[in-house]
Design a protein around this ligand. Structure first.
Ligand code: UDP
Ligand code: MG
Length: 217
């Protein structure tokens, strides 16, 4: 991605942009924890779900396509998602981005790498038991069209089938930092704080030792 910055004297200077992805099942607490991380560690928080919902609100044709897909709990085509994400990043002057709810599948990963030529520093994985995620989604009331039992079940299925392989991919690259996200907001944030303050290797999951709590379908 062309995120070149100009210094005070106006000379073009390449600035290293740091990216952290935050993934986890629906209701695992990504949005809640990302707000806290952003505040405490100075990241710019971008929720890809929110970016897609903004596109729906704009009333564009792409927006109505996205709305249909989201209602069914499916994934928006990667070229659309990555283009919107890249536009959002380019419009913000920041060198630390926390990308919430992305990538969701291997195609997302490839599209992101191809288009931006960037890789995340690490990937925070909020691992939460499915019954807890379902309870949270059904008790929150954000007016989301996809927070109903039927769509929630479909989103879980997409998470297991499409997103877990991306977690394995990043695990093989030593980039997964996993926390137990089934606890209270404060307790989960305590574990996250350790990862963000102790350097990027803390809580690193060794390749192929990973088991997730969400596999209780
Ligand atoms: N979505 C998508 N690609 C993304 C992020 C989100 O297609 O990279 C769509 C997908 O339909 C998903 C919905 O947006 O079910 C809501 O995503 P969000 O992250 O807001 O919610 P979550 O399910 O993680 O609570
Ligand atoms: Mg969210």
């Amino acid at each position: 991605m062309d995120l070149h910055k100009e210094d005070d004297r106006g000379s073009a200077k390449q600035k290293k942009v740091k990216i952290v992805f935050v993934i986890g099942g629906p209701g695992s607490g990504k949005g809640t924890q990302c707000k806290r991380i952003a505040q405490q560690f100075g990241y710019t928080h971008l929720s890809v779900g929110e970016i897609l919902r903004q596109e729906i609100s704009s009333g564009s044709e792409t927006g109505s396509m996205i709305q249909k897909i989201m209602k069914e709990g499916k994934l928006v085509p990667s070229d659309v998602t990555v283009r919107l994400l890249q536009q959002a990043m380019q419009g913000i002057n920041s060198d630390k981005f926390l990308i919430d709810g992305f990538p969701r599948n291997e195609e997302n990963v490839k599209a992101f790498e191809d288009l931006t030529k960037m890789e995340p520093e690490f990937v925070l994985y909020l691992d939460c038991p499915q019954d807890e995620m379902e309870k949270r989604l059904l008790s929150r009331n954000e007016g989301r069209e996809d927070d109903n039992v039927e769509t929630i079940r479909k989103r879980f299925k997409v998470f297991m089938e499409s997103t877990l392989p991306t977690i394995e991919y990043y695990e093989s690259k030593g980039k997964i930092r996993k926390v137990d996200a089934g606890k209270s907001v404060d307790e989960v944030f305590e574990s996250i704080k350790v990862i963000f303050s102790q350097g990027k290797d803390y809580n690193k999951v060794p390749p192929s030792r990973h088991k997730c709590k969400c596999l209780i379908l």
